[in-house]
Write a protein that binds this ligand. Structure first.
Ligand code: NOJ
Length: 560
């Protein structure tokens, strides 16, 4: 790639676009996104102005959890293509100036993985079983070995057929947890990392990075009767954020740093304590971590400011850059969440239970949030389709595929609504996603959000993202990791900060126009117009402070 590889590490402020491969673009008309489709859209991605793509699992898998159940970590699932197509994709991305990050799933394999199949065949206590967590059940084998619950709901244990032993799975029964006390498991994963690094990938997102190590003896959590979902919030948790996990990542970092150029890691770490989170990105550990404070925050000035400050503080304390994401494939899309009265992300709950959605309002807020996010220091993540302003789709129950929906017997809505194939064209069988149909039904009217519908329309979501990403590359204050300076706002529902040199960002969270309390020329506004010095309701604006305009400074109506 370019000659800047040895300067400031690229991942410090890279804009990373999440490709949910089965829903991005379908190149072979089977209704499922694939590498051929992705290759045909590299031009779109590079023109969008991003720096890297993160591709969700594309490995061989029985697909009980959308590929987060891997049966061969060194093979591409045939429905996505071949290893040589993967190699070509990486080469083409690099040629277009885009880095490629893959998803590694180290906490569990698929139950169809040869090592688990072998473990099942082997007898209790055998070396093959030591790759996983097999334990004798209680009550003569009739009850699970402990009370742990799955993150998807129900017991975290499944009994081996015709035996008293059970195996642990913190997610679906088809995803047995690996035993990271095993040196063989550790060696195997380092070999997998090498395999892909040698193929040219630039980094990995680490799935459930916090869960690999379990407390010795697998002690009970003490769940109340009737508990259904894993509680991940307890201190000194027996299967979450154990201190011992860091040794694994120190070793991985050494491996990544042994490459030229060094490869990178981003942790998926749902850790609520800023200090605990910062441990994952100490200088000899992972490079970055996904930022779930920001993703969970309510769209309110106080909450967003706290999320921003605590995120920056957590990572700055160990010299790591901060990342920012508004959504991903596991949560409701930002337009949907921001269209509700309560804009927080509520763990374990989604869908209509959370109340009605005003998508128009959600879109206005999401546009403002895009400008806020892209103005922050560090590395923003964009979930595919967020640049089109997509909302969650209502998936008919019969079409749902998420194990959360299936395991809960329909008690939990699941994540399918955020995973619907992208619309590329305004018409056609699958709105340009592929030739024929889409694996999850696209809602009527999906074409009005298509790339084709938005391309060249200055008022569109897509053009807002394109302009913001262009400015982020060219404005000397944007990108990078330099500080955010907050300023007092004239009203409680307005946030404003500056970055040096000469950049200001103002966000109006409220329903009435707000004065723009900084002198500067409007670089970009989320709501098109700047209302002659007033910031639109639910709008955000970027300002060039070195070029003040002659526009009138408005006082807040009724302020005097
Ligand atoms: C987190 C992934 O993002 C999610 O999609 C998956 O279901 C779980 N980890 C289990 O691998």
């Amino acid at each position: 790639m370019g000659d800047d590889m040895t300067a400031t590490p690229w991942w410090q402020d890279a804009v990373i676009y999440q490709v949910y491969i089965q829903s991005f673009a379908d190149g072979d008309a089977d209704g499922i996104g694939d590498i051929a489709g992705l290759r045909s859209r590299v031009g779109y991605l590079s023109a969008l102005g991003i720096d890297a793509i993160w591709i969700t699992p594309w490995y061989r898998s029985p697909l009980h959890d959308a590929g987060y159940d891997v049966s061969d970590y060194r093979a591409i699932h045939p429905r996505y293509g071949t290893l040589s197509e993967a190699r070509e994709l990486i080469r083409e991305c690099h040629a277009a100036g885009l880095r490629v990050i893959l998803d590694i799933v180290p906490n569990h394999t698929s139950s169809a993985h040869p090592s688990f199949v072998e473990a099942l065949r082997a007898s209790p206590g055998s070396p093959a079983r030591s790759w996983y967590h097999f334990r004798a059940g209680r009550d003569g084998g009739d009850s699970p070995p402990n009370d742990w619950l799955s993150v998807f709901g129900g017991s975290a244990w499944t009994r081996v057929q015709d035996e008293d032993e059970w195996y642990l799975h913190l997610f679906d029964a088809s995803q047995p947890d690996l035993n990271w006390d095993s040196q063989e498991v550790r060696a195997e994963f380092e070999d997998i990392l090498r395999f892909w690094f040698d193929l040219g990938v630039d980094g990995f997102r680490i799935d459930v990075a916090t869960a690999l190590m379990k407390a010795p003896g697998l002690p009970d959590l003490g769940y109340p009767d009737g508990a259904f979902l894993a509680d991940l919030t307890r201190p000194n948790h027996p299967h979450r954020d154990r201190d011992e996990v860091h040794e694994i990542y120190r070793s991985w970092r050494k491996l990544a740093d042994s490459y030229d150029p060094p490869r990178m890691f981003v942790a998926e770490a749902w850790v609520d304590d800023a200090d605990r989170l910062s441990r994952y990105v100490r200088p000899d550990e992972l490079n970055t971590t996904l930022n779930l404070f920001y993703l969970k925050s309510a769209w309110s000035p106080a909450s967003m400011r706290t999320a921003i400050d605590s995120s920056i503080a957590a990572t700055a304390s160990v010299g790591a850059p901060t990342t920012w994401s508004l959504s991903n494939h596991d949560v409701e899309r930002v337009v949907t969440r921001y269209g509700r009265a309560d804009t927080r992300r509520i763990p374990g709950v989604s869908g209509p239970e959370l109340g009605p959605v005003d998508e128009r309002l959600g879109r206005r807020r999401a546009r403002a949030a895009a400008l806020l996010t892209l103005a922050l220091p560090g590395s923003p993540y964009i979930y595919q389709g967020d640049e089109l302003g997509l909302a969650d789709a209502q998936i008919p129950p019969a079409a749902r595929q998420d194990p959360i929906w299936i395991r809960s017997g329909g008690r939990r809505w699941g994540r399918d609504g955020a995973r619907v194939p992208l619309p590329w064209t305004t018409d056609g069988g699958s709105y340009g996603f592929g030739d024929d149909g889409a694996w999850l039904p696209q809602p009527a009217g999906w074409g009005s959000h298509a790339v084709e519908a938005q391309d060249g329309d200055d008022t569109s979501f897509l053009e807002l993202y394109r302009q913001a990403l262009r400015l982020r590359r060219t404005h000397p204050a944007l990108g990078g990791t330099n500080a955010v300076t907050w300023h007092d706002a004239p009203r409680d529902d307005v946030l404003l900060f500056t970055r040096s040199p000469g950049f200001g960002c103002v966000v109006n969270f409220g329903p009435v126009p707000a004065p723009i309390p900084l002198d500067g020329q409007v670089l970009l506004a989320s709501d098109g117009a700047d209302f002659d010095g007033l910031l639109a309701p639910f709008g955000a604006v970027w300002l060039d402070l070195d070029h003040a305009t002659a526009r009138t400074r408005h006082e807040e109506p009724g302020a005097r």
